[in-house]
Design a protein around this ligand. Structure first.
Ligand SMILES: [Zn+2]
Length: 244
């Protein structure tokens, strides 16, 4: 009888132990509600390559398309990032409300820097922000994100004049891309507009490398990469823009 009980106890212990072991296999990043509380750390940032970070962003965009965004414990992430941040990338986007950058890549608190300016062109402040991101804060990827049917690009094509030097300056930043694209200057021509948007992304990517010695050197050393991307307003899909 005692032997029988011993066997039963052994089986119970085995089941319990297996159960515990199974529990431990759960990522430590999730709590009992299966919410992700993990944030970027210095170690994770240092160990990641520019390509791995690009893959991570594109996988996040696929989750966004599939309506499978990560469930996050935002208060926990806020708390975990209070004393520091180790973002994996800086994304330069247009200000367009239909391009929700963190959501579109399924990123949480402390994951990415986001610089936004209408028409996603670089200026001194944006370049300074990018240099801070990669040179000081350790980010490994710079992404320039243009988007379909960009109002800033269309306004630049139309030479919109609202009597503001600020708007003139902003739209002037897109002019070099317009001049590079063949065809009639027509904001109603979707193919032409798309070509200008893609060219503007490429121009910005190249200008960032040309105008920033810090970025240029880090790219040459393989520490950082600069990529162009395009966000579709129709479905939210991000595609990489081929380099010229
Ligand atoms: Zn735009």
């Amino acid at each position: 009888m005692k032997k029988f009980f011993n066997i039963i106890i052994s089986i119970v212990m085995l089941v319990l132990f297996t159960g515990v072991a199974k529990c431990n296999e759960k990522p430590s990043a999730t709590d009992e509600n299966n919410l992700v509380s993990e944030v970027m750390t210095s170690e994770r940032q240092q160990n990641a390559t520019p390509q791995a970070i690009l893959d991570d962003l594109m996988a996040g965009n696929q989750r966004y398309l599939d309506n499978q965004l990560t469930n996050r414990d935002f208060p926990a992430q806020v708390k975990a990032t209070t004393s520091g941040q180790y973002p994996k990338a800086i994304i330069l986007s247009c200000v367009d409300s239909r391009v929700p950058v963190e959501m579109a890549f399924d990123q949480g608190v402390g994951d990415v820097f986001v610089a936004r300016v209408a028409g996603n062109a670089e200026n001194e402040d944006i370049l300074g922000s990018i240099e801070y991101a990669v040179g000081v804060a350790g980010s490994k990827l710079i992404m320039v994100l243009g988007h379909e049917s960009c109002g800033a690009v269309k306004s630049a094509i139309d030479k919109l004049d609202v009597g503001s030097a600020n708007v003139d300056h902003l739209l002037g930043q897109i002019e070099p891309a317009i001049e590079m694209v063949e065809g009639e200057r027509n904001s109603k021509d979707k193919t032409y507009v798309s070509n200008v948007i893609h060219t503007n992304v490429n121009v910005t990517v190249e200008d960032i490398k040309k105008r920033s010695q810090i970025v240029n050197q880090m790219v040459a050393d393989g520490k950082v990469d600069v990529v162009g991307a395009y966000y579709s307003l129709k479905d939210g899909k991000v595609t990489l823009v081929e380099k010229n």
